[in-house]
Design a protein around this ligand. Sequence first.
Ligand code: OGA
Ligand code: NI
Length: 341
Amino acid sequence: MDKLLSSWSSTVESLPENYVFPVDSRSGDATVPICNTLPVIDLTTTLSHDRQDAVQQILEACQDFGFFQVINHGIDDDLVSDTMRVVKEFFDMPNEDKAGVYSEDSSKKCRLYTSTYDYENEEIHLWRDNLRHHCHPIDDFIHLWPEKPARYRDVVGKYSLEMGKLSSRILEIICEGLGLGHGYFGIGVTRAQLFSANHYPPCPSPSLALGLPKHCDANLITFLLQDEIYGLQVYRNGEWVGVEPIPNAFVVILGHQAQVISNGKLTSPEHRAITNSTDNRTSIVYSINPMPDSLIEPAKVLINDSNPPVYRAFQFKEFLKAYEVKKDYNEGALVEFKIKA
Ligand code: OGA
Ligand code: NI
């Protein structure tokens, strides 16, 4: 457990060398402003107004940006803030209370660890600790979750059920927008649901380190809840832009699988998490993933003579292997699944 940032980061005055990123990938001294023209979609008003409006807005955001923030999403504010609170309490606990879930075995279905799944072999470590566990179906996994704080399982259990419903709702809207059949993102592509909480402690040299380097998410779709501390940036038109923390909103980010299934119509945006020198930052990712054996391919209804398939069919586990090999985690992972013109 000594490797966890929370065990030692507050005791060092300078950044250890194996946390320093190369110049071209680090966040640098230039401050990236928070951008207030990124799409924010109000789910209640758009839905009550005109469903087609909501479908259109979400589709456009998914095409142009690959991400958007969603507000008035129907999940109780108290549940959302309680989940953030219990996760912060978890990271604040002394090591002995977290020892039960700490593991260096990346095949564990619930574990607390630091940096990436491959700490031993990576050259540069990430400035984050991460608690990650499966949550669907909940009864198969809840016994593995942290036992402390005492209300963790209850609160995160309720949150996971609600996130499962919200993700189906939004995926259904995206489906409709793309013209895919009702329920296209069905059991096979949405079965594995992961809860992943990132803890970014204050960092002595934020311009040299990164919480998470530039990457696209490997999954189908991500629902990210951030606390009030800024740190999420999206790479857009060759520039980094800052994503505003909006209380109780979810940042919806399309993953690589959404890009493949939509035959490149939707984009999976590159993004990263920067650190700061004063505040702990916490983000909670709810990740919707295909099952390892699921077949992923461009949806047949989107393919015709003028729109040939851009990607070949593959099993999700095949993709994950390629993604893990590509240490830069971005577009690179999809290259080998592209059909050569
Ligand atoms: C992720 C991610 C960003 C953040 O976990 O995949 O992009 O702000 N997190 O924590
Ligand atoms: Ni991400």
